[in-house]
Write a protein that binds this ligand. Sequence first.
Ligand SMILES: NC(=O)C1=CN([C@@H]2O[C@H](COP(=O)(O)OP(=O)(O)OC[C@H]3O[C@@H](n4cnc5c(N)ncnc54)[C@H](O)[C@@H]3O)[C@@H](O)[C@H]2O)[C@H](O)CC1
Length: 517
Amino acid sequence: MRRAHPVEVIRAAERPLIEAAAAAGDPDAVMRRAAAGVAHHTAALLRERTGGVYGRSVLLLVGSGDNGGDALYAGAILRGRGCRVEAVLSSPDRAHERGLAALRRAGGRVRGVESVGSHVPVPDVAVDGVVGLNGRGPLRDPAARIVGSLAAAGVPWVAVDLPSGVDADTGTVHEPHVRATLTVTFGLLRRAHLLASPECGRVELVDIGLTEPSAGPDAVQCPDPAEVGRHWPVPGLDDDKYTQGVVAVRAGSERYPGAAVLCVSAAVAATSGMVRYVGSGADAVLAARPEVVCHPTVADAGRAQAWIVGPGGGTGPDAVADIDAVLAEGRPTVLDADALTCVATHPVLLRSATAPVLLTPHAGEFDRLTGGWDRGDRPGALRRYVAGLRDRGIEATVLLKGRVTLVDDGETTFAVDSGSSWAATAGSGDVLSGIVGALLASGRAVSGSPAWPAVEAATVHGEAARRAAHRHTVGAGGAHRGPGAPIGASDLLAAIPGTISALRGRESLPHGAFWQN
Ligand SMILES: NC(=O)C1=CN([C@@H]2O[C@H](COP(=O)(O)OP(=O)(O)OC[C@H]3O[C@@H](n4cnc5c(N)ncnc54)[C@H](O)[C@@H]3O)[C@@H](O)[C@H]2O)[C@H](O)CC1
């Protein structure tokens, strides 16, 4: 499990180190440790991209604070390794003085950003040292113009600590911003490293001598896919279809019979227990999955350890009545798709819940549930909504879908980067709800919270989409060759068993390394 902390926690953890360095008469000791990490990983990227380090060109885009200081000291180290290093200062009179002197002593070139005309020299690698922990809002001109020009030229960016233009705590991605190939950070992961992971690229964590504090309520957590695989429920020696958990699905309608097939099929693929189905799509469901047990109504469905209600289920009076009946069953329940629309128009429905509920909205459905939310602060908006439900006595967890899916149960915020956007296809949400409902039925909830099974489901769902998109490009040893191709939800569904098997066999990543997208 990776944990990412808010700025205030990071500052508090760094403070003793920085104070000790100042007391020892070497105020930049910690910064030089950080800079050594930036130089090391930048050199590795140079080697990866150009075949070497010596003689390669590095451009440093330097801001007015300590983030710029890190970049300048890193530039001095790279200069010492024979790179051609040029620093472009966004605020020449406010650049980090000792870092600048170190770069000049090493033979690096320095100029003010105003002197860089429309023709920006194209380096092998660019280092973003504009802003880090203290960055607010978008990149500003003229730095923004340079970033745009080099990005258009295909130059890879190494972000020092955080990509500039990305908010450290909310992960808000402002326009313009740096989209990094690599982010080198120090001591503790920042929340943005998980919340805005597509903008950070590969994240390398440099040890600067910090001790990680325990995860507070504002830490963001991300599972290691191998950890998800290790705990995936599979039949044990004495298991039968009931002991592994029974999930009941109320989905589908005359208008959307396919949603029922996708949701039920995903539940069947995710675990080995038993799936019950209630709805008008029984013929299509049985044609696709004859092992499913169909019932005419919720009341007739018999025992289940968890319910899924909503995919393609409609929003009319019958659908509302069935949601109420499912919630009255007193089992953990996934509310997805049309059930969310019903809850948004009939909030009193949630009062029928006597067991934990998991809501799985996409951004538009979250609009309906909240009446409008701050898209610039996804984690904050999510936490406020969950807290509001709890204030009304409703024990709810919410999974907010996106390229980075967030899960919040009011205690912990999880972020799961699907690693691609292939899952953005019709029916994909029906598949996700089937996976998470099956996990809930199998007993994966922790202390009653559906957060963990939601995180596990999102992990497998995202990876299955990626594998499905590359299903025709797998080379020797399972490596993906080629850029992949668009998929449908049925392709994603078909990739679930292989994904579960791969994650069950995956080794944990080395500490600090990220799951390569
Ligand atoms: N001190 C140490 O030993 C360590 C420092 N680390 C690095 O320090 C930065 C944080 O440095 P700080 O000076 O607090 O702030 P920034 O450099 O992030 O920002 C500087 C300055 O930039 C201005 N600013 C804010 N937003 C923008 C913007 N959008 N565009 C342009 N300029 C902006 C504002 O005036 C800020 O004050 C941290 O990230 C590390 O890189 C390490 O943690 C190692 C130890």
